[in-house]
Design a protein around this ligand. Structure first.
Ligand SMILES: Cc1ncc(COP(=O)(O)O)c(C=O)c1O
Length: 455
């Protein structure tokens, strides 16, 4: 037992939703209650969550993509316990230890030869901030381009390259010289790059908000334009990295060799905050170019020993359990099983994905259900997707999410340890739920009215 008796504290914790609402964020608790997600959770294993009544839930959300190796993975936990028991020196501040170098080496061994350095952070947004900051110094340019609808984190630098006004509008002024171009439009990109004042062009290989895929040739073309005009090409793999899309890194699908790659989320198996900016040696050397500039960027807790131990164990686990291959295979299965829904349901517009990053988009039906759709979407754009997410959770015990503000898109990012039977269970439940939601029974319409009150 620890000195604080965590087990006893948890057993006697009482109403955790009430306490969270009182001490952390009452509005978030209101949201959970409105959409019926106000369960109390007891434990988790692999792709499953268990509530305090002993019910099992299939986690198709994976902590927004940080549990690629499964929740409470015993082998990552063992590595963490070993690291704790070794009483490693910890952060030296003025000195170095072995674990960070070992993890950096393991990451570089798994990426193209162009990459030569790793800068550790504690989160994804910090890795993005580092890409912007180092990119500016390395190129001696200030402009940063990103895409409409982009999401790269919520601290101020990353917000400056965010392409969703609902995230940015109340928090300005943001960083100067940050502009956006539309996804898929290489001409628009070239019009900006040709001025030769853009330090960094940052993209998600697949956009997380809405799961929008790049049109064929776009990312390769963007990389070529960046090289031509001296702009650093930054591919944000915070969400898509570590097997999510069926390759270790999504950029491999297009044979890309970016200059900067922020990663985070699943790198530590979901146990410990971690992030990293993997970059070409040239970028690093342009910024850290003298002893005077040896500490041009960093943060107190990065790299921390536990994150490094978990990172090494996670990379090993991805290899040993062949989780990247599993993600590709199961993703193919998920797409094959769900593509027919576009023909089966008037309300399903599109099904898309790569590996286990997948989404289904709804749209106004052309035949029956049109009036109700309009009524519901007028209350809050995208609300129909919530009409599928809510019963998937309350009736089928499957955790999913709406893919972004004001969009009728349901998204999943399950742990890569899900089984084929889990995928089948999800598809069956999804099909049954869409069938019901399309008919808009009174109970669902009532739910929609309540949920609209969230705004
Ligand atoms: C593509 C991308 N970049 C950056 C981030 C920010 O990562 P973090 O939440 O660890 O700051 C996210 C988070 O969802 C993301 O999806």
């Amino acid at each position: 037992m620890s000195v604080v008796d965590l087990k006893g504290m948890l057993a006697g914790a009482g109403d955790e939703l009430e306490r969270w609402g009182r001490t952390i964020n009452p509005q978030f608790v209101r949201v959970l209650k409105t959409i019926g997600f106000d369960r109390t959770w007891a434990s988790a294993q692999g792709p499953y969550l268990y509530d305090t009544d002993g019910n099992r839930y299939l986690d198709m959300l994976g902590g927004f993509g940080m549990y690629n190796v499964g929740r409470n993975n015993p082998r990552i936990r063992a590595a963490l316990i070993e690291a704790l028991e070794l009483d490693t020196p910890g952060m030296l501040a003025m000195g170095v230890t072995a674990l960070p170098g070992l993890l950096a080496e393991a990451l570089l061994d798994r990426t193209p030869a162009r990459f030569g350095r790793v800068l550790f952070t504690s989160t994804g947004t910090e890795a993005v901030e580092a890409a912007i900051k180092l990119g500016r110094a390395a190129t001696k340019r200030s402009r940063v381009l990103s895409l409409d609808h982009a999401f790269h984190g919520l601290t101020l630098g990353s917000l400056s390259v965010n392409g969703n006004p609902e995230f940015t509008s109340r928090f300005g002024p943001l960083l100067p010289d940050c502009e956006r171009v539309p996804l898929g439009d290489l001409d628009a990109l070239e019009r900006e790059l040709v001025r030769e004042d853009v330090a960094v062009f940052i993209v998600e290989p697949i956009q997380g908000k809405g799961v929008y895929m790049p049109p064929p040739g776009y990312l390769e073309g963007a990389q070529e334009l960046c090289r031509r005009y001296g702009t650093l090409f930054c591919v944000d793999e915070v969400q898509t990295g570590f097997g999510r899309t069926g390759k270790l890194f999504a950029f491999e699908h297009w044979g890309l060799e970016p200059d900067l790659v922020p990663v985070a989320k699943s790198l530590s198996g979901g146990y410990v905050p971690v992030g990293a900016l993997i970059m070409s040696r040239a970028v690093h050397e342009a910024v850290f170019d003298s002893m005077e500039h040896a500490v041009s960027h960093g943060s107190t807790f990065a790299p921390n020993e536990l994150a490094m131990a978990a990172g090494l164990a996670t990379l090993h686990e991805l290899d040993e359990q062949r989780l990247v291959e599993a993600s590709a295979d199961l993703g193919r299965r998920l797409l094959e099983l769900t593509r027919p829904l576009v023909d089966e349901f008037d309300v399903v517009r599109d099904v898309r994905g790569l590996g286990l990053m997948w989404a289904i988009e709804f749209g106004e039906p052309e035949r029956s259900g049109r009036r109700t759709w309009r009524l519901i979407e007028r209350m809050q754009p995208g609300l129909f997707a919530q009409l599928v997410v809510a019963p998937l959770f309350s009736e089928h015990r499957i955790l999913t999410q709406v893919a972004g503000h004001n969009m009728a898109v349901l998204k999943v990012l399950p742990p890569l340890v899900v089984g084929a039977d889990d995928i089948d269970e999800f598809v069956d439940a999804l099909t049954a739920t869409i069938k019901r939601a399309q008919r808009m029974p009174a109970s669902l319409t009532r739910f929609a009215l309540t949920a609209a009150g969230l705004r």
